[in-house]
Design a protein. Structure first.
Length: 227
């Protein structure tokens, strides 16, 4: 799927890092063919492991059919149920450093400070690795009461929650594909995503693409897409 463990080994546990870094290049070099999910990942595999590019096939991911537009009246009901009727951005993904949550929290806080908006931030996903940076960024937010944690959701519930959002903020540091991008496309929900790794390839010209390391630019993207 991707070689994040080669680019950002600090984001993994020591055991997992060693296992991936030991086995993956050996498997890649001895396999008859390799399937991966983006041209970015294909090029990464070729460059890192010296594999001939004609042995690597790109097979793009799809999205669950639960992700689709829903009627406006149903969107109103979803917002009443989860955010007291307020509009909201949504984040979908594992809660770990790779997903850039610490900067996203800071960007949302800056967006709220500079706009005075009533927009909430709905966070969907498991706390895989709630790092110190993420914890500190959240706990020092002025507007952390506007952040709503949903945990992991089943696709039908998640599909409705996504379809009722202003936009999805999928501003990861590194992705081999980025399935939430096309889930949002299927739901006809605007996308804010990163200018790094595979995400510009998957989003094309149909998303607002920003620098995942620049909090000010992420906050500006939130303002742009909400107005």
């Amino acid at each position: 799927h991707d070689l994040n463990f080669e680019h950002h080994p600090e984001q993994m546990t020591l055991l997992n890092r060693k296992l991936y870094q030991y086995y993956t290049p050996r498997i890649a070099r001895t396999s008859d063919r390799i399937a991966t999910v983006s041209t970015f990942s294909k090029n990464d595999i070729v460059q890192h492991y010296g594999v001939n590019d004609d042995r690597v096939d790109v097979v793009y991911n799809g999205a669950n059919s639960e992700f689709k537009p829903i009627p406006v009246q149903e969107q109103v009901q979803i917002r009443k149920q989860y955010t007291s009727g307020n509009p909201y951005f949504i984040f979908i993904g594992a809660l770990n450093p790779r997903e850039n949550l610490a900067r996203l929290f800071k960007a949302f806080d800056l967006f709220k400070k500079t706009t005075g908006s009533n927009i909430k931030y709905v966070i969907v996903g498991e706390k895989m690795y709630w790092s110190r940076d993420i914890k500190e960024a959240y706990e020092t937010m002025k507007f952390r009461s506007d952040v709503i944690f949903m945990g992991r959701l089943e696709p039908d519930q998640l599909g409705k929650l996504l379809s009722s959002a202003i936009a999805i903020t999928y501003v990861s540091i590194f992705e081999g594909f980025g399935i939430p991008i096309i889930e949002a496309f299927n739901a006809e929900v605007p996308v804010i995503t990163s200018n790094t790794s595979s995400m510009p390839e998957i989003a094309g010209d149909a998303a607002l693409i920003t620098n995942p390391f620049d909090i000010g630019k992420m906050a500006k993207a939130m303002k742009t897409i909400s107005t």
